[in-house]
Design a protein around this ligand. Structure first.
Ligand SMILES: C[S@@+](CC[C@H](N)C(=O)[O-])C[C@H]1O[C@@H](n2cnc3c(N)ncnc32)[C@H](O)[C@@H]1O
Length: 197
């Protein structure tokens, strides 16, 4: 496909995401983002337990988002929104002054074959993009049942100048996601947005 057409498609997707995100950012509440929110169990419960936060769940799959929306509507929550978007485009679409305070990435697709690792969400470029929209002292919570992905994510975060592994951090909220319920075990990692030098 010619480059101009690819650029035009990306621009139109960005414009669409911007239009959907703008009304959400009118909130005065600190923002919690869940990347790959799946069936919405975690974020719905989290929003219910944290009325002082505005929660945004991003996923690619419309059926999962529709199920998530039904959950939060049943609970009559007003501090949560669901968005169909690739998280990388979502971050690009955010205005430069938007700030995310907490980010959850739970049981993100591990892409087990080495040649597919490039498809994993947590990559150095993603950490850079996220850092640009993460507030001072923002927290990134990552949990997976896939040991090689955990180890790679740990290494990427450790090597990244804008994130620091938080050795003494505690997991703020326990609610087993659908993929957590299917897993035999898991590992968790907490990172903090490193202070600018
Ligand atoms: C393995 S599922 C885990 C879902 C949920 N977090 C859980 O633990 O049950 C991963 C989810 O991430 C979503 N996803 C994958 N890549 C994504 C991306 N680039 N942007 C947004 N969502 C993504 C998928 O559509 C899928 O629903």
């Amino acid at each position: 496909m010619p480059l101009e057409i690819v650029q035009a498609i990306t621009e139109s997707r960005l414009a669409d995401i911007r239009a959907r995100v703008e009304p959400l950012l009118k909130t005065d509440l600190p923002i919690t983002l869940e990347v790959g929110s799946g069936h919405g169990h975690f974020l719905t419960a989290y929003a219910q337990a944290h009325p002082g936060r505005f929660c945004i769940g991003i996923d690619l799959l419309p059926d999962r988002l529709a199920r998530s929306a039904r959950k939060s509507e049943r609970a009559a929550l007003t501090n949560i929104a669901w968005l169909r978007a690739d998280v990388r485009l979502f971050l690009e679409a955010l205005p430069a002054d938007a700030r995310i305070d907490e980010i959850f990435i739970l049981f993100s697709d591990p892409w087990p074959k080495r040649r597919h690792w490039k498809n994993r969400v947590l990559q150095p470029e993603f950490l850079t993009q996220l850092a640009a929209r993460a507030g001072d002292d923002a927290r990134l919570y990552f949990r997976t049942d896939h040991a090689p992905y955990f180890s790679q994510a740990h290494d990427f975060i450790e090597a990244h100048p804008e994130w620091t592994i938080s050795a003494d951090g505690f997991w703020p909220f326990e609610l087993a996601t659908v993929f957590q319920q299917r897993a035999d075990g898991h590992q968790s990692l907490i990172a903090r947005r490193a202070a600018a030098v």
